[in-house]
Design a protein around this ligand. Structure first.
Ligand code: NAI
Ligand code: MG
Length: 509
């Protein structure tokens, strides 16, 4: 056993260590088992969004780096696919243990490049990452086929076969968890992977891939970085890539489905959301208030596809609940993401901040709309160097406004009073998205009614939790296609079925 690393509690010390790591990893890709320089000499800067400081750079990969990584994944595929499931399982368990040992430094690096707070987001996310790898390690023998009873001396069975090279593309909002969600099921079932990181957050995932190489055969898990059109598109279009798994915006999800359509390749897409959070008058209001705050994912600055960004509160309790939510907002500590005391970090980028400001300005210009709280950047001079934005509630915005309809992806929610259950369900469903939906009530019949009628892939009653290993996750409508994190979705999305018929009526057999 190694000695446990000394506990680093000081934010400055954490930042120093993470910067050393960032510098070492800069301008690399992970291909064929090694951290190597990319073929492309072009790179882009990686920013600490909480301070505006440049902490490193990453390769701006193009088709050549894609081809290099896909070739490595293609040559690793036959023996990885042929390896007994129990052996793949052992290797993935080793991956989980090695990542667990490095979880704190991965979390710190992720905080440095995403602005997500270590105490409330990245440390827990790193734990979830480990848990997802461990869960799917245990699933490596579960890609089972079926038998079909035939009575005419024929034996019919199906086998589940790995697809080949999987192309994975992830965003920046929860990159540790998203990496595990893509790799776990793909690798457990015998596929090899080329993953492209988001341009805003490439470094912590690079550290993860570096660690993966200690346990996996070379070429099984490869990593590139770069922009969507330049690196993501050639990856999805590459003829040897037999499956694409994507998390990000609905617009890019649609584009990726178009690219994949030309080669008839399946796509799993986890896309946006504009999720309703509905409070009934009979709800446990303390729980509901906490659920509104947690649902808004304020500890990830609202940058979550699951965020409950449309809050519907019954008129009988509207002022009371709103007042309590506002006072909860006042308690959230915003600051340096690497500081243990910080709960709310910064948005990912100047672009994302501008997007949030654009929607809030739109709300301000809407007759009848009112900013209940927030609606601006914090006043603090240090925080102003980063992309911080105060948690914001807006009321009185008509349902037809883009503020109510578009995914803002920031710490902003609309609040709307309601009186009629049928109408609030109708309004909740009046969305192009259908990812998460939550109801707070003690009325079981109402809850069942809600469950029946709501158009969402991930429905909760009296809680607003995040996805976790083993709990199937995914959306309908513009929120995506396919599911993640469950054993069934692993088999469905990362293997193909082969139907086999043995005719044993054959004379002499
Ligand atoms: P995006 O969807 O453009 O980027 C996500 C990933 O897709 C990145 O790795 C990017 O490089 C890649 N990508 C972009 N264009 C591509 C293309 N043509 N081919 C292949 N890959 C491509 O998201 P972005 O621009 O970072 O954020 C914009 C909005 O998208 C956010 O404000 C939010 O509303 C939504 N979003 C939703 C996420 C979710 O978890 N559902 C995550 C990130 C963004
Ligand atoms: Mg984009």
């Amino acid at each position: 056993m190694m000695d446990a690393p000394a506990c680093v509690t000081d934010a400055a010390e954490r930042a120093r260590n993470a910067k050393v790591l960032a510098e070492r990893l800069s301008d690399h890709v992970v291909v064929a088992g090694k951290l190597v320089r990319a073929i492309s000499r072009a790179s882009f800067p990686v920013e600490n969004p909480a301070s505006g400081e440049i902490i490193g750079s990453a390769p701006r990969c193009g088709a050549e780096d894609v081809a290099h990584a896909v070739a490595a994944a293609s040559s690793a595929f036959p023996s990885w696919a042929a390896m007994p499931g129990r052996q793949r399982s052992a290797k993935l368990l080793e991956v989980a243990s090695r990542l667990e040992a490095e979880a704190e430094s991965i979390a710190c690096l992720s905080s440095l490049e995403t602005g997500n707070a270590i105490a409330t987001q990245t440390r827990g996310e790193a734990r979830t990452m480990v848990d997802i790898f461990r869960f799917f390690a245990g699933m490596a023998n579960e890609a089972k086929g079926k038998t079909v009873p035939l009575t005419d001396r024929r034996f019919l069975f199906t086998k589940r076969v790995p697809l080949g090279v999987v192309g994975a593309i992830i965003p920046w909002n929860a990159p540790l968890m998203q990496t595990a969600s893509k790799l776990g099921p793909a690798l457990a079932t015998g596929n090899t992977v080329v993953l492209k990181t988001a341009e805003q957050a490439p470094l912590a995932v690079m550290r993860i891939f570096e660690i993966l190489q200690e346990a996996l055969p070379p070429g099984v898990a490869n990593l590139i970085s770069g922009f969507g059109e330049e690196a993501g598109r050639p990856l999805t279009e590459h003829p040897a890539v037999r499956k694409v798994t994507f998390t990000g915006s609905s617009a890019v999800g649609a584009q990726i489905m178009h690219y994949a359509a030309d080669k008839i390749v399946p796509v799993t897409a986890e896309l946006g959301g504009k999720n309703p959070n509905i409070i009934m008058p009979d709800a446990d209001l303390d729980l509901a208030v906490a659920g509104i705050v947690q649902g808004m994912r304020l500890f990830r600055q609202g940058q979550s596809c699951t965020a409950g960004a449309r809050i519907f509160i019954h008129t009988a309790v509207y002022r009371e609940v709103l007042g309590q939510v506002v006072s909860e907002f006042g308690k959230g500590r915003m600051g340096n993401p690497l500081d243990e005391a910080t709960q709310i970090g910064s948005l990912i980028s100047a672009e994302q901040l501008a997007r949030v400001e654009r929607y809030v300005a739109m709300a301000r210009g809407t007759p009848g709309a009112r900013i209940v709280i927030g609606g601006e950047r914090p006043n603090d001079a240090v925080l102003r160097q980063g992309h911080f934005y105060l948690p914001t509630l807006i009321e009185g915005v008509p349902a037809s406004s883009p503020v109510c309809r578009d995914e803002i992806f920031g710490p902003v929610a609309t609040v709307t009073p309601w009186a009629d259950f049928d109408s609030v369900i109708k309004e909740a469903n009046d969305s192009r998205y259908g990812l998460a939906a939550v109801l707070w009530t003690r009325d079981l019949a109402r809850a069942m009614d809600f469950i029946d009628r709501i158009e969402a892939g991930f429905v909760q009653v009296n809680q607003f939790s995040v996805a976790e290993a083993g709990i199937e996750y995914g959306g309908v409508k513009l929120s995506g296609i396919g599911r993640e994190l469950s054993p069934e979705s692993m088999v469905e999305h990362f293997t193909w079925p082969k139907t086999v018929i043995i005719n044993y009526a054959t004379p002499g057999l």
